[in-house]
Design a protein around this ligand. Structure first.
Ligand code: NAD
Length: 433
């Protein structure tokens, strides 16, 4: 490792998961199993990735964890908030993602994770309800309770640092309102006035995290940090923020296929995407107000990659539709179909079909672990505000004002590796290997 200005990853890294459902428990179990040597964290670039450093004669390949100082899995401590009071073991059994034999070896560690009471507003996720919910206060006072939870968790587990990640249910769609979301002062005033229309629960968690010095990751498509007030807060508190909506399955495939079509200058008349899934995420998304938040996130990538301002004749009339259907028999084993109507030489039509039989939480867990380790790295490296090098992990890559977001998976991967090179004291390069 070259000299760099990154603080060492000493001591315990606390990870507070907002939501202790399928994705959270799958991530936690995989991490515990990996540190016992009982499973491999496949899909985690931070844990198992290898990348090139240097050029020509200096060229060499190294494991990511040998290039930059990441927290070790043995030093990670998990906590959570959830509206249900199940411990992580019971929550994992109910989520029904992993086989019991893959959970039992870490049962004791899981039973010790009991969720704090959630800041929950049923009007933001009306298809679920639970008893483990904070009461007795307006948005501001409840946020103070979240801050207290973070301080307690940190003290109880002797954590040096804490990172907070939203992997709770998708909230209903709300629009940005600059009178409220425009700056920190107006945001805080709305929290104190208990403006429940404009202040979503996720915003309270993000606010609490930043005020307590914790990086914040938004794993769902909620508006949350995508407002000027949160960006201002991240700059002021010098905290890294990133998000939103993990790019795990169908959108990951879209951001691989669409650049191929664009590069070959093949036209697209229509792209129809549909899914079936039967987990609790599916229950929440069965409500049109919550689905709208997801729909907006799932549709943004194609318009960006298949840029009709560059090729109006190829993409100007493209019709893009995304559907999600709740279908209980499938549980977490989501299936997605894409029908892509394209055209080529002399306008002749062709069709591409993609049928991805995936497992939602199995795809999401390595992304969550990477965001935890790389978000913590950003903090120790003194980076703050929007971490656009982590675009690789999100359906809606956050980007600095004035920049165009990058959706193409391989461009995002190059951004990620180049940032790692820079943080480690190497030069960024053109990524032509
Ligand atoms: N699995 C994937 O591939 C994937 C990809 C992108 C995004 N996501 C998003 O990740 C999130 C989690 O997915 P999941 O499958 O684990 O869902 P899940 O329903 O199994 O778990 C979510 C948990 O969040 C809890 N919750 C809801 N509101 C809360 C609040 N205000 N505070 C604390 N807890 C709250 C719920 O009780 C539930 O236990 C969803 O928003 C989903 O859309 C998942």
């Amino acid at each position: 490792m070259r000299n760099n200005n990154i603080k060492p990853a000493n001591g315990k890294l606390g990870v507070m998961c907002i939501g202790l459902g399928a994705v959270a428990t799958t991530t936690i179990i995989g991490t515990f199993m990996a540190r016992k040597g009982l499973a491999r964290p496949i899909g985690s670039f931070a844990c198992e990735g290898v990348m090139r450093l240097g050029k020509d004669r200096e060229k060499c390949y190294k494991e990511v964890k040998d290039i930059i100082p990441l927290a070790g899995l043995d030093d990670v401590v998990f906590g959570a908030w959830d509206i249900y009071d199940d411990n992580a073991y019971d929550a994992a059994i109910k989520a029904n993602v992993l086989k019991k034999e893959d959970i039992e070896p870490v049962k004791d560690e899981l039973c010790a994770i009991r969720p704090y009471k959630a800041l929950f507003d049923k009007s933001y996720a009306s298809n679920i309800d639970g008893p483990n919910v904070k009461t007795g206060g307006n948005r501001w006072e409840l946020t103070e309770q979240l801050r207290e939870d973070i301080r307690c968790f940190k003290a109880e587990h002797g954590c040096e640092r804490v990172i907070v990640i939203w992997i709770a249910s998708t909230e209903k769609f709300i629009s940005r309102n600059d009178k409220v979301h425009g700056n920190i002062v107006s945001l805080e005033a709305a929290m104190k006035a208990d403006d429940t229309t404009n202040i979503a629960p996720s915003m309270c968690y993000a606010y609490a995290a930043m005020r307590e010095g914790c990086p914040f990751v938004m794993g769902a498509p909620n508006l949350c940090i995508d407002i000027p007030a949160m960006r201002e807060l991240a700059e002021k508190t010098r905290i890294p923020i990133m998000g939103k909506d993990l790019k795990s399955g169908q959108t990951m495939m879209k951001t691989v296929l669409a650049p191929a079509l664009f590069t070959r200058q093949l036209g697209v008349r229509g792209w129809f995407s549909t899914n079936i899934l039967g987990n609790r995420d599916g229950v929440v998304l069965d409500n049109p107000e919550n689905f709208e938040t997801k729909r907006a996130s799932k549709t943004s990538a194609l318009d960006n990659i298949l840029d009709s301002t560059v090729y109006p004749g190829l993409y100007g009339d493209m019709y893009h539709k995304v559907c999600i259907n709740y279908y209980p028999p499938r549980g977490d084993e989501k299936e997605s179909w894409d029908n892509i109507d394209i055209f080529g030489w002399m306008g002749y039509p062709m069709t591409i079909k993609v049928n991805f039989l995936c497992r939602d939480s199995i795809l999401a867990a390595p992304l969550v672990l990477d965001l935890i380790l790389l978000g913590d790295l950003s903090l120790r490296a003194g980076e703050y505000g929007i971490q656009d090098f982590l675009s690789f992990y999100f359906k809606v890559p956050d980007h600095k004002d004035g920049d165009k977001p990058i959706h193409d998976l391989f461009k995002q991967f190059a951004m990620l590796k180049n940032k790692i090179r820079l943080l480690a004291g190497y030069e960024a390069d053109q990524e032509l290997d």
